[in-house]
Design a protein around this ligand. Structure first.
Ligand code: IVH
Length: 644
């Protein structure tokens, strides 16, 4: 059942129960929050229940909510306004700190009893193991949401597809699934993140703040990340404007899933007066949900794209349809088995889902709408790019083009190498790569490093500035660590995670090349299949030569050891805004982190400096207002070279 459908049915049931209380059964879903805990984890009873939220789907419903609470608690509730926050779509957790030290981490479970997943929580790098500052009550619970960033989610799913394993339907499932793995070392390999949104103190008198907006500031002071775009709204009109901006402006740029906003009465004393409805939902907060992001359209065609490893990826061409403000034309289909399992036929009416920035997913056909003209689909027997007969290894979900010189593979190999998760070469997208290959300027990724601005200027769409910028971006990518290079090489079965494990273990390209299959398979998290693929890759003459050529071009064949204790930015908090002249956001973040600094999303008095580029957002203004120092990219580099 889709979330939207669940929400609709749940509300219908709530309304019915309200009208006919005698019909409410003891096992009604309205009396329960979430799923019961698994038996495999120790249970943990929450000292204060972890509540759920009522929903408002329209502005009118928000206004009706305000009217209700004003009726109960008086116009007092409007005095301190509202705290408007993003509603992170992940897994809710409660973190218990004693004397500032993390001692327990638990999932929400059914709201009363959750699962103690402390070892897994400890692996989440955003979760402070110790809270900073002197005003920390003890014990204290920090509540918030564990989530899976979009870009890394997509990388993991691509990894899983390649391995023929089941993919996660969305980042929320990936977050709560990873949190509930019995082996915390696997959780550790998943890049989970955390945002805090609440504090539960044993004794409220110990809390030095009286407003929810101050709670969020306090969390930041303690070192807990808080979601961006939070706003102190003086009136419901401001809340409504904020919600509109979130849905139509901010949402598209977020690297994590949200399913709406949360609006909270700001004054904590008033929250307590308003209380809880039926032990389930607070009266003092409401979720402003977005329009459902599912649409129905026609599946016009299934096409096949050749991946860099030769994997043949089928994708759907749809009759363009608008979902949540963007037009969707393509959806991934992963592999032939998945198409058969869903019984998708060309010409079918289909349901498509788009969650934020995640690649649109095809949920399935609507068989009732079939006319009889729909056609079943099968993988073509020859590669659509080069015509070579395709192969499918036993036990593999994917079909492959075995031709190493296939033009489709070559294009994809370069595009992947340059992509954000790999070498992150700004300005080198799909069409540019095709242009360079067509012009005969590059045949493989090593050729990229020989390109000159003069050569590029001869091509359509390049001015002298853009040509120089691309050459500079390629040049900058030489500094990427071994892990990104290994991922970028597109070695079969080596996804981002495996590349990182290998780089961390072997540290240098030479050490990895010298290792035999058995040694590689012995690395935790690396299996025989990956080990064989890696040794085969280096044994292959063409790829060995490519790696040698990359070495000659001075790419970094090393993985840096984590942040040096005496880094130039040790203990500093940095906010990045705007477009920097040469560094991408990811590269700038890596630079700061390698020097011992931390990058956060919002500017506060505690921010050490703001790194600003072209078209900076409101963060720059805020920094100026607070008197926080502002640096440009050059000044950052100077500062980094001052020490360490
Ligand atoms: S407040 C006391 N604030 O939404 C009210 N919840 O439907 C409940 N969530 O699983 C908590 N972002 O984990 C609150 N800024 C936010 C939130 C948030 C996400 C989740 C929460 C819970 C669900 C409630």
């Amino acid at each position: 059942m889709s979330d939207a459908e669940y929400d609709r049915l749940f509300r219908e049931l709530q309304a019915l129960e309200l009208e006919h209380p005698s019909l409410r059964t003891p096992d009604s879903p309205t009396l329960r929050v979430g799923a019961p805990p698994l038996t495999a984890f120790p249970k943990r009873t929450h000292a204060v229940p972890m509540l759920s939220l009522a929903n408002a789907f329209t502005d009118d419903e928000l206004l009706a909510w305000e009217e209700r609470i004003v009726r109960i608690a008086g116009t007092e509730v409007q005095r301190r306004g509202y705290s408007a926050e993003l509603k992170i779509d992940g897994g809710a957790v409660s973190l218990t700190y004693v004397d500032g030290v993390l001692v327990h981490g638990a999932t929400r479970g059914n709201g009363m009893v959750g699962e103690d997943v402390t070892p897994n929580i400890r692996t989440v790098r955003d979760v402070p193991l110790r809270l900073r500052g002197r005003r920390v009550p003890s014990p204290v619970e920090v509540r918030g949401e564990i989530y899976y960033p979009f870009d890394l989610f997509e990388r993991m799913n691509e990894d899983l597809v390649r391995k023929g394993e089941r993919v996660f339907a969305n980042p929320r499932n990936a977050a709560s699934g990873s949190l509930r793995l019995l082996d915390s070392s696997i959780t550790a390999s998943r890049p989970l993140r955390f945002f805090g949104y609440g504090i539960v103190a044993g004794d409220d008198a110990q809390l030095p703040v009286h407003l929810q907006t101050d709670v969020l500031d306090l969390l930041e002071q303690w070192g807990v990340p808080v979601a961006p775009h939070r706003r102190h709204c003086a009136s419901m009109a401001e809340v409504i404007e904020w919600a509109r901006q979130v849905e139509h402006e901010y949402r598209a740029d977020l690297n994590f899933a949200i399913d709406g906003g949360v609006v909270k009465v700001n004054e904590i004393a008033l929250q307590q007066d308003l209380g809880v409805i039926g032990g389930r939902e607070p009266r003092w907060a409401i979720a402003r949900k977005f329009a459902p992001d599912i649409a129905e359209t026609t599946l016009l065609e299934i096409r096949v794209n050749v991946g860099r490893t030769g994997a043949l990826n089928p994708y759907a061409v749809l009759d363009p349809v608008e979902i949540g403000g963007t037009t969707v034309t393509y959806a991934t289909l992963h592999n032939e088995d998945l198409i058969l399992r869903k019984d998708l036929r060309v010409g079918d009416r289909v349901q498509v889902k788009r969650a934020g920035e995640v690649i649109p997913q095809l949920i399935g056909p609507v068989p009732e709408q079939r006319t009889g003209h729909e056609r079943r689909w099968h993988m073509p027997s020859r590669c659509p790019a080069c015509g070579t007969p395709v192969v499918r290894d036993e036990g593999e979900a994917m079909h492959f083009c075995p031709n190493a010189a296939c033009v489709g593979r070559r294009l994809e190999a370069i595009r992947h190498f340059a992509s954000k998760g790999a070498m992150d070469i700004r300005g080198l997208g799909e069409s540019r790569v095709a242009q360079l290959v067509d012009a005969g300027l590059v045949t493989d990724v090593a050729d990229l490093y020989d390109l000159t601005a003069d050569q590029l200027q001869g091509l359509e769409g390049f001015a002298s500035r853009s040509a120089e910028q691309l050459v500079a971006a390629i040049d900058a990518s030489r500094a990427q660590p071994l892990s990104r290079l290994l991922f970028g090489l597109g070695i079969r079965h080596v996804g981002a995670t495996a590349a990182e494990l290998l780089a961390r273990e072997f540290r240098t390209m030479d050490a990895l090349r010298a290792a035999d299959e058995e040694r590689i398979a012995a690395v935790h998290g690396i299996g025989e299949v990956i080990a064989r693929s890696v040794t085969e890759y280096f044994a292959d003459r063409t790829s060995a030569k490519l790696v040698d050529r990359l070495g000659v071009r001075k790419l970094t064949f090393e993985e840096p050891v984590s942040a040096p204790a005496d880094g130039a930015l040790r203990g500093q908090t940095v906010v990045i805004t705007g477009t920097l002249p040469t560094l991408s956001r990811q590269q700038a973040t890596a630079l700061v982190e390698q020097s011992g600094g931390r990058v956060t999303d919002s500017v506060s008095k505690k921010t050490s400096f703001v790194l600003a580029g072209e078209n900076p957002g409101s963060k720059l203004e805020k920094a100026k207002g607070l008197g926080v120092e502002v640096l440009n990219e050059d000044q950052l580099r100077q500062r980094l070279s001052q020490r360490g």
